[in-house]
Design a protein around this ligand. Structure first.
Ligand code: SAM
Length: 288
């Protein structure tokens, strides 16, 4: 069923998402401050952190805690207030709510309850990094944080190997070096830009290839950072059936299961699964 109502007209209550500065407080917009000044409650990922930001702008409102671990329960409270006619805003620690930050479940729950959602636009680390990267910005893939577990991180990178879009990652300073090494091994010789401390006094863009970035002094990679990596080259290799069979044979000899071997050959050569599967059946199935 279609639901349609102008955001700033009509009877339904509205939740305001507030994008907040990612470093430079001068990027708090007048619109955000206007909406915050007129609200009844501020729901925040970290009430202490947002309390300091609000104190800086002389805004004094009651806070509701809404973070990763209590978002469902907190949503119930926020929705009840909105239905009573209270004006509620939600902000995460920095940048856009919902982008590698809490907020998405709150938004979905509000929409399920007939509550509209608006956002006051503002900074986002991924977009700042992409815009300054000089890499293709026509199509990009926002990955956010890779899994913390090494094996899962590598598995995810392997899934991204053939993605032709510019890839955007968030990473913490204590894992960046391991991530660069893993990317260099999986994604190979690609251009990459490490965007550090965006909008802050020590903002820096480190440009090179992935293997080159692995040579950086680890101790110099401090602060908050976004990694922007060139997408896979869009060259489609045309392999003969015989070459595909050889590629499958290699994978099977390395101990991959048939399913893994087919997937790897499809991904690394940008081939349709049906064709590789048929070649597998014709060449290897009888050996099992
Ligand atoms: N919601 C935020 C946004 O819209 O950008 C992202 C929040 S996420 C929890 C935090 C990550 O964003 C950091 O670990 C870092 O990768 C990136 N980030 C946030 N602020 C940054 C900054 N000033 N410079 C570089 N990266 C930043």
């Amino acid at each position: 069923m279609i639901s349609r109502e102008l955001n700033f007209e009509g009877p339904s209550p509205i939740l305001y998402l507030i994008a907040t500065p990612i470093g430079n407080r001068g990027e708090m917009t007048p619109r955000a401050l206007e909406v915050l000044s007129s609200c009844d409650f501020i729901a925040a990922e970290d009430t202490r952190n947002s309390g300091q930001l609000m104190a800086f702008f002389h805004i004094d409102k009651p806070f509701i805690s809404c973070h990763e671990h209590n978002e469902e329960e907190s949503s119930v409270k926020i929705i009840a207030l909105l239905k009573q006619g209270k004006k509620v805003c939600f902000m995460s620690d920095a940048g856009y709510p919902c982008l590698s930050d809490p907020g998405q479940r709150l938004v979905a729950n509000c929409l399920d309850n007939g509550i509209k959602v608006a956002v006051t636009s503002g900074p986002n680390a991924a977009i700042n990094a992409l815009a300054c990267s000089g890499l293709d910005s026509t199509h990009f893939h926002f990955e956010g944080f890779l899994p913390a577990k090494e094996s899962e991180r590598i598995a995810r990178l392997n899934e991204l190997v053939t993605n032709p879009d510019t890839l955007i990652f968030y990473e913490s300073p204590h894992r960046i070096f391991k991530t660069l090494l893993a990317m260099s091994a999986t994604l190979g010789e690609r251009k990459a830009v490490l965007a550090r401390e965006l909008t802050k006094a020590h903002e820096e863009f480190i440009r090179g290839t992935l293997p080159e970035l692995c040579l950086l002094d680890e101790a110099s990679l401090r602060g908050e950072m976004v990694l922007v990596v060139e997408g896979a080259k869009k060259t489609r290799v045309s392999l003969s059936d015989n070459e595909i069979a050889l590629a499958l044979k290699d994978q099977l000899e390395w101990g991959k299961t048939p399913k893994e071997a087919i997937k790897a050959v499809c991904q690394s050569n940008d081939l349709p699964k049906n064709r590789v599967y048929e070649i597998y059946l014709a060449n290897f199935k009888r050996d099992e």
